[in-house]
Design a protein around this ligand. Structure first.
Ligand code: COA
Length: 138
């Protein structure tokens, strides 16, 4: 059974293994916990059998007009079971009073977000630390 919560009570680094798959910059469970604590909105999916976090979504917002969803991830073993959809649906509901909510995603995930009521809004811009240092080294 998966439990969804916005509480970080009793969540330690031992419950945060396996995330940030494929990132160029490694993110440790300690850093992950810092990110969760610092984010204004957090939702976690927890496997009740193990107590481990198996999915999460974060948001930052000015509380009135705009919100941004920087991170959504479900552990590979738990994907395609509706967990990502549930996390996003709940987060979008939490941010429903804002004028805009945006995020950046790969093209393959556009249908996933469109099903949640989001619209394509490209082009966008980003400052990306790894990309910047690669550019400088050209
Ligand atoms: C994207 C992600 C959060 C989806 O989580 P999930 O729990 O597997 O999603 P759901 O089970 O709710 O998926 C619902 C539907 O979305 C679509 N979908 C899900 N993941 C997809 C993917 N990687 N590519 C394309 N479509 C996808 C499918 O249509 C899926 O339905 P189906 O399983 O019946 O085919 C998960 O794949 C993930 O953590 N990926 C790595 C991190 C990432 O890309 N995060 C998003 C950053 S923008």
């Amino acid at each position: 059974m998966i439990r969804y919560t916005d509480s970080l009570d009793n969540i330690g680094i031992e419950h945060l293994e396996g995330f940030f798959e494929g990132w160029q910059r490694a993110v440790t469970p300690q850093e992950h916990l810092k990110v969760l604590v610092a984010s204004q909105r957090v939702l976690l999916a927890i496997d009740e059998e193990t107590g481990n976090v198996v999915g999460f979504v974060t948001a930052i917002t000015d509380g009135l007009l705009t919100g941004y969803i920087p991170l959504l991830e479900v552990l590979p073993k738990y994907r395609r079971k509706g967990i990502g959809t549930t996390l996003m649906r709940r987060m979008v509901e939490e941010l429903a009073d804002l004028y805009t909510v945006d995020l950046i995603c790969d093209a393959e995930l556009q249908p996933f977000y469109q099903r949640l009521g989001m619209q394509y809004a490209g082009p966008g811009m980003i400052i990306h630390k790894d990309a910047r240092s690669l550019e400088r080294n050209k």
